[in-house]
Ligand binder design. Structure first.
Ligand SMILES: [Zn+2]
Length: 204
């Protein structure tokens, strides 16, 4: 925030606090959401997939090279795609988490996939791991870094130098992954965010 010279920092912060709800609302709306619908291009492990929708009574999603074939009633198309992402995220992340926790000889508790808005992943004090399904849209090395980060918290519940040493042991490209998230992470929140998805997410 830039303040005019004669305004005190305290007044500036009060002003900012008054506007938090408004700011959040603006940020939420910008940039444009990319709904899950026929013809849309969506990322999966950093590769573009084109959604091909076929109307049908029952929902089924499968990947065919660079296409995501979704057979579902129109009303369930978006949810079907989100559910597919969640399943894929679960598979990819579980493989990495098992591999990395074995490297450290530290088992984790439960692994859950959610639509977390504020964090890409977390590790609880009792060793449960939690990830946003959206990270499976990012390239492999981003996923690799994120899982390394949360698994390293099984040993170090902080962001100290020794924590980062463990992350480095667990991930080949952790700096590249971190940087990608810093630069592009917000983009992942654009996908599948039509009004109905929002309502549903809030009630989850
Ligand atoms: Zn952390």
């Amino acid at each position: 925030m830039v303040l005019p010279g004669r305004l005190s920092e305290k007044k500036g912060i009060t002003f900012l606090n008054d506007k938090v709800a408004w700011l959040e609302e603006r940020l939420e709306k910008y940039p444009d959401p990319i709904p899950f619908e026929d013809g849309r291009v969506v990322p999966f492990l950093g590769e573009p997939l084109t959604i091909r929708h076929k109307d049908a009574k029952r929902a089924d999603v499968r990947r065919d090279k660079d296409q995501l074939i979704v057979t579902a009633p129109q009303a369930r198309l978006s949810k079907a795609v989100r559910d597919w992402y969640k399943r894929e995220a679960g598979c990819e992340i579980t493989i990495l988490a098992k591999q990395k926790s074995t490297m450290l000889d530290r088992p984790y508790g439960r692994l859950t996939i959610r639509d977390t808005r504020s964090r890409w992943g977390s590790c609880s004090a009792n060793g449960n791991l939690n990830f946003s399904w959206r990270v499976v849209m990012a390239p492999n090395y981003v996923l690799d870094y994120l899982v390394a980060h949360e698994v390293a918290h099984l040993v170090e519940m902080n962001h100290s130098a020794s924590f980062w040493n463990i992350v480095e042991q667990l991930s080949n490209d952790f700096n590249k992954g971190r940087k990608w998230l810093r630069l592009n992470g917000h983009e992942l929140h654009r996908y599948g965010l039509e009004a109905s998805a929002r309502d549903e997410r809030e009630s989850e």
